[in-house]
Design a protein around this ligand. Structure first.
Ligand code: BTN
Length: 259
C-alpha cells in the first residue's frame, strides 16, 4: 500500500508536501486544479487513476494497488524558454531512482524525449505540464507513471509493448521506497537543472539514449521523418541525420525504432 508516512520517513528532502489518494481522476489534474500551490514542491500519489493521462491525449492505464502514479509540482525561477531539456532530465532521474532501489537484470534506456524502456518495451512514461508562468517564474507539473507490480493487461488497455519491474525481476517491489527515492533524486536533479541547464546532464543522456545511431522514424505534426539518431543538442532537441546528409533538430514528436 502507498503510505504517506512511510514515504516521508524515507525521504531525505523534507520540504516536499506529500498527498496520497486511494482513487483520483489524475494526479496531474489534481495538482493543476489547486487554486494556488506553494512554491515548495507538492507531490500527489494515487493507488489508481480513473482518468490517467498520457502524452498525445492518450489514456494512461492505471490499475489499482499495482503501479506508481505520481505527480510533482515544482516552481522554477526561470522563464519557460530556459526549461528546454527538462523532460529529458526527468527521464534520467526516473532511471537513476530505479537503478538505486532495484537490481535490474537488463539495462534500461530512455527513448527521446522520456519513455523509460527495457528491451524496447515501455516501463514508464512522463507527462509534463506547465501550470503557470510569470516573467521569471514557471510552475510545472511533472507526472510519472511507472509499471511496478503489474503482471497483466489487455491489449485494449495498453496499446504498445510494455513491461513492469515485477515481470523483469520475478519479484514484487516496494512502491513506498521507490516513490521516496524518486522524489529525492528528482528534486535534486531539478535543482541542478535550474542552476546549470541541460548541459550538466549531457553525458548522462548519452549513456541512456536508446535512439543513438539507430534508424528511426519520427512523427512530427502528422509528417513522418526517417533518419539516424544523432543525440540531442544543447536544448535537448532530437538530432536526426537525414537521408540527404543534412542534420535536423526536432523539438517534439513521437519516435520509433525502424525494425
Ligand atoms: C506517456 O504517455 O508516456 C506519459 C504517461 C504519464 C502518466 C502519468 S501517471 C501520473 C500522472 N498522472 C497522469 O494523469 N498522467 C501522469
Amino acid at each position: 500500500m502507498i503510505d504517506a508516512f512511510k514515504i516521508k520517513a524515507l525521504l531525505e528532502n523534507n520540504s516536499i508536501d506529500i498527498r496520497v489518494f486511494d482513487v483520483i481522476d489524475s494526479t496531474n489534474t489534481y495538482l493543476k486544479q489547486r487554486p494556488s500551490l506553494p512554491i515548495t514542491p507538492v507531490a500527489c500519489i494515487a493507488e489508481t487513476q480513473t482518468q490517467g493521462r498520457g502524452r498525445f491525449e492518450r489514456n494512461w492505464h492505471s490499475p489499482k494497488d499495482e503501479n506508481i502514479y505520481l505527480s510533482l509540482s515544482y516552481c522554477f525561477n526561470k522563464s519557460l524558454n530556459a526549461l528546454s531539456g527538462l523532460s529529458l532530465v526527468v527521464g534520467l532521474s526516473v532511471c537513476k531512482a530505479i537503478e538505486v532501489v532495484c537490481q535490474l537484470p537488463l539495462p534500461f534506456r530512455v527513448k527521446w524525449p522520456n519513455d523509460i524502456m527495457v528491451n524496447q518495451k515501455k516501463l514508464g512514461g512522463i507527462l509534463i505540464e506547465v501550470y503557470q508562468t510569470q516573467a521569471a517564474c514557471c510552475q510545472v507539473i511533472i507526472g510519472i507513471g511507472l509499471n511496478i507490480n503489474m503482471e497483466k493487461a489487455r491489449d485494449t488497455e495498453i496499446l504498445q509493448a510494455w513491461t513492469s519491474l515485477r515481470l523483469l525481476t520475478q519479484t514484487s517491489h516496494d512502491r513506498n521506497r521507490l516513490c521516496a527515492k524518486l522524489l529525492d533524486i528528482l528534486t535534486q536533479d531539478l535543482s541542478h537543472f535550474e542552476q546549470n541547464g541541460f548541459g550538466y546532464f549531457n553525458e548522462a543522456w548519452h549513456q541512456k539514449d536508446m535512439l543513438y545511431n539507430q534508424e528511426i522514424t519520427l512523427l512530427f505534426h502528422e509528417t513522418l521523418f526517417k533518419g539516424i539518431g544523432a543525440g540531442v543538442n544543447e536544448q535537448g532537441h532530437l538530432l536526426l541525420n537525414m537521408p540527404n546528409h543534412s542534420q535536423q533538430a526536432f523539438v517534439s514528436g513521437e519516435t520509433s525504432l525502424l525494425k
